[in-house]
Design a protein around this ligand. Structure first.
Ligand SMILES: O=C1O[C@H](COP(=O)(O)O)[C@@H](O)[C@H](O)[C@H]1O
Length: 237
């Protein structure tokens, strides 16, 4: 998406207000997908920012048994580890009856094999995703698309490659481990694409990334540059 007006910013006074709005939007997508085909598949971001959103969403009355949730990306750590994105998501949505899919295989020999195994898992899902909610790091990464040896594959790999292993370089300080991420192609094919972020620093990174367009130095800029549908960016202090 080179055209800035297809990106809409939604500003809120605080994270609680943002959480209620984003949870409402996600619930609408879930209900619409269930009405249309009896099921829904969504990808939810990990990290800390979306935790209040998920609390509000889980409190919404929906036919959760028809909902499959995958993480947009995962840190390669055992299930239950404090860094595990799917563990955070599962804590909130498993009790509601949703199907929450871990994407890291404990049998994979290395991060690349873990990525291939996650990609194979993805084949069993209904595509495109009904919704992908992205987060953005202060360094401009989104999902787990980071600078490093795997960047080109994540951004420009074949459209059929939905997930892959990534070794960030440099390693992010808050979770310095190899990752699995949805590819750019899998993300931008989603029927609804949303971003939820907090703080001035991340806002500036995203604004710069949008200005830079397809040659952005930021992973989020590269993803947004390829989005075909309008993207909603939800932001609060
Ligand atoms: O490492 C990750 O970081 C981003 C941003 O996380 P936040 O804690 O700054 O909100 C997140 O979207 C991604 O899923 C996660 O693996």
């Amino acid at each position: 998406m080179s055209d800035e007006h297809e990106i809409e910013w939604w500003d809120y006074d605080d994270a609680e207000e943002m959480a209620a709005a984003v949870a409402g939007d996600i619930a609408f997508v879930i209900e619409s997908a269930i009405d249309a085909r009896g099921a829904c598949v969504i990808a939810l971001s990990g990290g800390k920012t979306p935790i209040p959103i998920y609390a509000k969403l889980a409190a919404t009355k929906l036919d959760w048994k028809r909902v499959t949730i995958i993480p947009t990306d995962e840190r390669i750590v055992p299930l239950g580890d404090p860094l595990s994105n799917v563990t955070m998501i599962a804590k909130t949505f498993l009790p509601k009856g949703a199907r929450v899919m871990p994407i890291v295989s404990d049998k994979a020999a290395d991060y690349k094999a873990a990525g291939r195994s996650a990609d194979a898992l993805m084949q069993d899902l209904h595509w495109p995703l009904d919704l992908c909610l992205l987060g953005v790091g202060a360094d401009g990464h989104t999902a787990s698309i980071f600078p490093g040896a795997d960047f080109d594959e994540a951004i420009s790999g074949p459209n059929e490659r939905r997930a892959l292993g990534v070794m960030p370089d440099p390693m992010p300080a808050e979770a310095p481990v190899p990752r699995i991420t949805l590819s750019r192609a899998a993300i931008v094919s989603a029927k609804a694409l949303m971003i939820a972020v907090t703080g001035d620093a991340k806002r500036k990174v995203i604004e710069d990334a949008i200005k830079q367009g397809p040659s952005s130095k930021y992973p989020i800029g590269r993803v947004l540059a390829d989005a075909e549908l309008p993207v909603d960016i939800h932001w609060s202090e």
